[in-house]
Ligand binder design. Structure first.
Ligand SMILES: *[C@@H]1O[C@H](CO)[C@@H](O)[C@H](O)[C@H]1NC(C)=O
Ligand SMILES: *[C@@H]1O[C@H](CO)[C@@H](O)[C@H](O)[C@H]1NC(C)=O
Length: 449
């Protein structure tokens, strides 16, 4: 409530660099980490379920349905096949509610206050965006661009799903779906805190009394290691509406994730997710079910991000904006400064056809407690928040879109981490980074057994 009141004043008083106690604590953790070198096991991605030929046929039929006939296929150095599919053949249009959907080319209204600087699209993938020079980080792009071939006009790039991708999932039904976040006891004002099924978070969130029409952030990209194939580590924005307690939570999500189960490797990938019934029957990751409409020929959802940040060296980040077009009501997503990726049609949702009631930013991991211990699956860079720039992962320039379709820095945020000995979060404010936070951690360590 009243989050924009006194913004100017806050921008001075907010800038409190981490105090000495925290710094000392940081050193303490660093020395701890050095003594606990967890042996990194190579995951075996080819340990599939054994399935009958009948099952294989069924899987193939499903894949034939979701993989649309490509006009051109581009092979990425990481082994991905990127299919350039005619816009009107994309999987979204299989959705029963979108049979006669007319694909929007651009949203009629962008949020006000958006820097729409003309940036020459990075032909070279490692190109540094001028917008980010001051921030000390460069923009991360996508690995398949290294092939050099582009998808032709009028097509959209879609990562092809393979039989192996399905075989790594628990079942065909579970492929591309998300395990339900089971809410435990919560304060009415707090976001979904779900430690019950192994999901752990380090997040910042807005108060629940606001009407929110979008959210934006620039997210540092790392490749956290994952100990067990069916665990994951992600860093994302959640745009939420409805109730966690009911069965009708609407959620739109985007960011990067490392998910060996979903992708068969340990690379951070751009992902999207949506649900309109609390992660039950509707929704899925990326384009693995009908829903998200892609409009861009350069960004493939589910594709590996490259380059990625290195410890105490080059930092890379991605900027994601999700907002509701006030005229038609679709929820759009843009990547970088101005690249429109596509949109979630208003028809997909119930509560989100109106507005969002909460935004969350931050990290989530799954800890399966394999071997009876907290696993060493990392969040962010695998370092605690105190370590700061170049070491810990960050979200910067947290912004929300208000009733007036204006983008502005978010000021009233709360933070939450279930167990700060495993993963933590520290938020702050600066003129350049606006509201920002560092977050993450190593998972298993003597304080997080
Ligand atoms: C992975 O698991 C499969 C099936 O269990 C096995 O055949 C293969 O040799 C394993 N690969 C590695 C690298 O351990
Ligand atoms: C680019 O993709 C094409 C088509 O799949 C493939 O034949 C070619 O080898 C790829 N080029 C590079 C440089 O990876």
């Amino acid at each position: 409530m009243g989050s924009f009141v006194g913004r100017k004043r806050m921008s001075c008083s907010y800038y409190v660099p981490f105090d000495h106690h925290l710094l000392l604590l940081g050193f303490f953790f660093v020395s701890l980490l050095q003594t606990v070198v967890v042996e990194s096991k190579t995951l075996n991605y080819t340990r599939y379920r054994q399935v009958s030929s009948l099952r294989l046929e069924r899987i193939q039929r499903h894949l034939d349905k979701i993989n649309k006939p490509p006009i051109l296929t581009i092979e990425s150095p990481d082994g991905d096949l990127i299919d350039c599919v005619h816009k009107r053949k994309q999987p979204a249009l299989d959705h029963p509610l979108l049979k006669n959907h007319k694909i929007q080319r651009v949203p009629p209204k962008m949020p006000k206050g958006m820097k729409m600087k003309k940036r020459v699209e990075n032909e070279k993938e490692e190109g540094v965006s001028d917008d980010n020079k001051g921030a000390g980080a460069a923009v991360a792009w996508q690995m398949w661009h290294r092939n050099g071939t582009r998808c032709p006009k009028g097509t959209v790039p879609i990562r092809r799903s393979k039989v192996d991708d399905v075989l790594r999932a628990k079942s065909l039904y579970h492929f591309g779906k998300k395990q339900r976040r089971i809410p435990l006891s919560r304060h009415t004002d707090a976001p979904d805190v779900v430690s019950g099924n192994g999901h752990e978070h380090a997040i910042a969130y807005t108060g629940s009394s606001e009407e929110v029409y979008g959210a934006k952030a620039t997210i540092n990209v790392w490749d956290p290691s994952i100990q067990v194939v069916n665990e994951f580590s992600l860093s994302q924005i959640w745009v939420l509406s409805g109730s966690f307690d009911g069965s009708d939570l609407n959620s739109i999500e985007a960011g990067w994730q490392v998910s060996p189960e979903l992708y068969g490797d340990s690379r951070p990938r751009l992902f999207t997710y949506w649900t309109s019934d609390s992660y039950q029957a509707t929704g899925c990751y990326n384009l693995l079910c009908a829903g998200f409409i892609q409009t861009n020929s350069r960004i493939a959802i589910g594709a590996a991000i490259s380059p990625i940040s290195s410890f105490d060296a080059n930092q890379y980040d991605i900027t994601i904006l999700i907002w509701k077009d006030p005229k038609i009501g679709n929820w759009w997503m843009s990547f970088g400064d101005k690249t429109l990726v596509g949109y979630w049609p208003a028809e997909l949702f119930t509560h989100l056809t109106d507005h969002a009631t909460m935004v969350e930013w931050g990290g989530e991991v799954v800890n399966t407690r394999a071997d009876g211990q907290h696993t060493s699956t990392q969040m962010g860079s695998g370092r605690f928040a105190d370590e700061g720039f170049g070491k810990a992962s960050y979200f910067r320039n947290l912004e929300i879109v208000d009733t007036d379709n204006s983008l502005s820095s978010v000021h009233d945020i709360s933070t939450l981490a279930e167990n700060t000995n495993c993963y933590d979060i520290k938020s702050s404010y600066s003129n350049e980074w606006g509201t920002f936070f560092y977050y993450g951690g190593p998972g298993n360590n003597p304080q997080c057994p």
